[in-house]
Write a protein that binds this ligand. Structure first.
Ligand SMILES: NC(=O)c1ccc[n+]([C@@H]2O[C@H](COP(=O)([O-])OP(=O)(O)OC[C@H]3O[C@@H](n4cnc5c(N)ncnc54)[C@H](OP(=O)(O)O)[C@@H]3O)[C@@H](O)[C@H]2O)c1
Length: 308
């Protein structure tokens, strides 16, 4: 994958021309802790209307209370959402519509799981990881598409929180890589790849099939999420598409959260601050179909890799 010479430096003063208002609506999944929680806070600081979602009502409400105690009162909301449960997604879409109508400006698919410790590579939870990290965002996007704001003056945005572990260069099987690199990649192609992985796991053959070698089940889930983001970005950048929608992926790097048992090169606040910069790029700087990487060396540059 070729790196572009362009780097996005998340300096609010140079990049964040304020195109949004206090009516701009952002949804963050998995907002009760980690990067999601820090991102909800950051977006609220910027004055957006933020919907913190969580799969557990108590945890979600507690997170909301924590933020309210810090002074964020007017512009924060909580709605229940388990991205691994299609019924919960459908209920969430209905609740969102009832409360906000078709006004969604920014969707951040942040919720994610990994069941491995840093030095493990079990695929015991492959199905659950794929359901949460790939099918969850996909079904949620499909349910929310009719609720994105239709506006000629702004661009609606989807930011998928992904991982460098799921980039194409981690796939050692040339056949699988070839499918995912197709110019005319389809949703069926991606589901075919995911289905093959789950069959390989079931048959006990996954180790010899050239799948990514580190955190394999998680890497495949993010590989599929990246591929789906590419399909969507292409669909909505066509002339005449019904939505003015940008779709990008963001790898927050090795971040100190529960997922890494607190290990990492930087804090969730740092990762979230760069995610907010990306989600809030002004229309003239906002790309689509890009994979952004926060380096693990604590620098402030986001490197967009040209192709998802
Ligand atoms: N930390 C890293 O180094 C790193 C690196 C690359 C990418 N990422 C990605 O960053 C994102 C955030 O992860 P994190 O590091 O902040 O991890 P985290 O602290 O473990 O937070 C994960 C969040 O996702 C939620 N979640 C899990 N399954 C869900 C479901 N089915 N429905 C709704 N919410 C669900 C969790 O809710 P509960 O509290 O209910 O479990 C929690 O709020 C993930 O997509 C992850 O893959 C993280």
């Amino acid at each position: 994958m070729a790196m572009e010479s362009l780097h996005y430096c998340p300096s609010p003063s140079s990049y964040l021309t304020r195109w949004w208002s206090n009516e701009t609506v952002a949804v963050v999944t998995g907002g009760n802790r980690g990067i999601g929680f820090a991102l909800v806070k950051r977006l609220a600081e910027f004055g957006l209307n933020v919907v913190l979602t969580a799969r557990d009502k108590q945890k979600g409400e507690a997170a909301l209370e924590t933020l309210k105690a810090q002074g964020f009162t007017a512009n924060l909301h909580f709605l229940l959402l388990d991205v691994s449960d299609p019924l919960s997604i459908s209920n969430f879409a209905s609740s969102f519509q009832a409360k906000f109508g078709p006004t969604l400006d920014i969707l951040v698919n942040n919720a994610g799981v990994s069941y491995n410790d840093l030095d493990e590579n079990s695929v015991e939870h492959a199905e659950s990881v794929i359901n949460t990290n790939f099918y969850g965002p996909k079904l949620l996007i499909q349910a929310l598409l009719p609720l994105f704001r239709s506006s000629s003056s702004s661009i609606t945005r989807i930011l998928n929180v992904s991982s460098r572990l799921g980039t194409l260069n981690k796939v050692r099987n040339a056949g699988i890589r070839g499918v995912l690199e197709r110019e005319e990649l389809s949703e069926e192609d991606i589901e075919g790849v995911v289905g093959k992985f789950l069959r390989d796991v079931k048959n006990g053959t996954w180790k010899r099939q050239g799948w990514p070698s580190y955190w394999t089940e998680y890497a495949v889930s993010k590989l599929a999420l990246n591929a789906y983001s590419r399909v969507l970005a292409k669909r909505y950048s066509c002339k005449g598409s019904e939505l003015n929608l940008s779709v990008n992926c963001y790898c927050p790097g090795f971040t100190q959260t529960s997922m890494t048992k607190g290990k990492g090169t930087h804090t969730a606040d740092h990762a979230a601050s760069l995610a907010a910069t990306l989600a809030l790029l002004p229309p003239h700087l906002l790309p689509t179909g890009k994979f952004f990487l926060l380096p693990n060396n604590n620098t402030n540059f986001l490197n967009p890799i040209s192709k998802l």
